[in-house]
Design a protein around this ligand. Structure first.
Ligand code: G4P
Length: 283
C-alpha cells in the first residue's frame, strides 16, 4: 500500500502560517498523544524559529496514560513545556495557561524593566490536520469568551480570543503538514483517522492495524473481541474477529469491508482501549 497525501495549497498555507506567526509571542504545538512523533511537523523547530513553544498532547482520552508520562518526560528533557489535554472534555486545559506564563516569563520581565506592564501574551495554535485544533480553540474560548476584535496588522477578519492569565489566542489555527513521505508515519496517521479513508484500501489498513496491535496490545484485542492471538497471523485474527462479529457474506465468505470498519472505528474511538502507537523508548 502506498499512501499519497499532500494537502492542497501547501504554499499558501505555509505563507499564511508565517504571516500569523509574526503576530504571536508563543506557539501552541498541538499533537495527537497516540502518535506524538507522527503527528508532528518534522520542521517545527525551523518553522517556529526561536519563539517559546508549548507542546499540547491532545486526545488523552484515547492514549495510554503510562506512555503519556514517558512522552512528557521526553519533551521535558528537550526543554519543551508539555501539557496533556482532552480538548473535548476540557481536561488539562488550565495547565495551558500556567505553562504559557512560565514560557514567556523572561520576556515579560524584560518588558517590565522597560516599564511595559500587563502586555497581553499573544498565542496561536498550530498542528497537522485532525489533531483537534478547532476543538481546542472552541474549548479555550468557552461560551462566555470575549473577543478582543481586530487589531492593526492582523489580516482582516482575524480575531483574538481573550483567555485567562492575560493571554490572547488567535482564533485561526496554523495548519502544518506531516512527514507524509514516510509510509510508517502515513500509516499511523491513517490508523488514527487523520488521513481520510477514501484515499486508501481500508481492508489492508485494518489488517496493518491488527499487525501493529498484535505487537503493542494483543491483550486488548483478545479482551475486546474474545479471540485468541497466540501464534496467529494478523489475517487469522481478522477472520476470527469477523466470525465473532457475524461479518459473513452469502456463501460463508468473510465480509472484510465490514470487519475492517468495525476495527478502525473501535480503535479510533478508544473502544479497544487506551492505546499509544508510539513510545519514546523505541525512538
Ligand atoms: P483540526 O481542527 O486540527 O483539524 O481538528 P478538529 O478540531 O476538527 O478535530 C478532529 C477530530 O478530533 C474531531 O472528531 C474532534 O471531535 C476530535 N477530537 C478533538 N479533540 C479530541 C480529544 O481530546 N479527544 C477525542 N477523543 N477526540 C478529539 P470528528 O468530529 O469525529 O472528526 P471527523 O469525524 O470529522 O474526522
Amino acid at each position: 500500500m502506498n499512501i499519497n497525501w499532500f494537502p492542497g495549497h501547501m504554499k499558501k498555507t505555509r505563507e499564511l502560517l508565517q504571516k500569523n506567526l509574526k503576530l504571536v509571542d508563543i506557539v501552541y504545538e498541538l499533537i495527537d498523544s497516540r502518535i506524538p512523533l507522527s503527528s508532528r511537523n518534522p520542521e517545527i523547530e525551523k518553522i517556529v524559529h526561536n519563539k517559546p513553544r508549548v507542546v499540547i498532547m491532545n486526545k488523552s482520552d484515547l492514549s495510554d496514560p503510562q506512555i503519556n508520562k514517558e512522552w512528557i518526560e521526553y519533551f521535558k528533557k528537550q526543554g519543551v513545556n508539555t501539557v496533556l489535554v482532552d480538548a473535548i472534555k476540557n481536561k488539562g486545559i488550565s495547565r495551558i495557561i500556567s505553562e504559557t506564563n512560565d514560557a514567556v516569563k523572561e520576556k515579560q520581565e524584560r518588558l517590565l524593566k522597560r516599564g511595559i506592564k500587563n502586555k497581553p501574551v499573544r498565542a496561536m495554535i498550530v498542528g497537522i490536520p485532525n489533531v483537534g485544533k478547532s476543538t481546542l480553540i472552541n474549548t479555550l474560548a468557552g461560551k462566555k469568551s470575549a473577543k478582543t476584535g481586530d487589531r492593526p496588522g492582523v489580516t482582516k477578519g482575524k480575531q483574538w480570543i481573550k483567555l485567562k492569565g492575560n493571554i490572547e489566542l488567535l482564533d485561526t489555527p496554523g495548519i502544518l503538514w506531516p512527514k507524509f513521505e514516510d509510509q510508517e508515519v502515513a500509516l499511523k496517521l491513517a490508523f488514527t483517522g487523520a488521513i481520510k479513508d477514501e484515499i486508501m484500501d481500508i481492508e489492508t489498513l485494518a489488517l496493518k492495524l491488527i499487525e501493529k496491535l498484535l505487537i503493542l496490545a494483543p491483550d486488548k484485542i483478545e479482551a475486546r473481541y474474545n479471540v485468541s492471538t497466540e501464534n496467529k497471523t494478523a489475517l487469522q485474527v481478522m477472520d476470527d474477529i469477523a466470525l465473532r462479529r457475524g461479518c459473513i457474506l452469502k456463501g460463508q465468505e468473510i465480509d472484510y469491508s465490514r470487519v475492517a470498519n468495525i476495527l478502525l472505528d473501535e480503535f479510533r474511538d478508544g473502544t479497544i482501549g487506551f492505546i499509544s502507537l508510539e513510545r519514546p523508548k523505541n525512538i
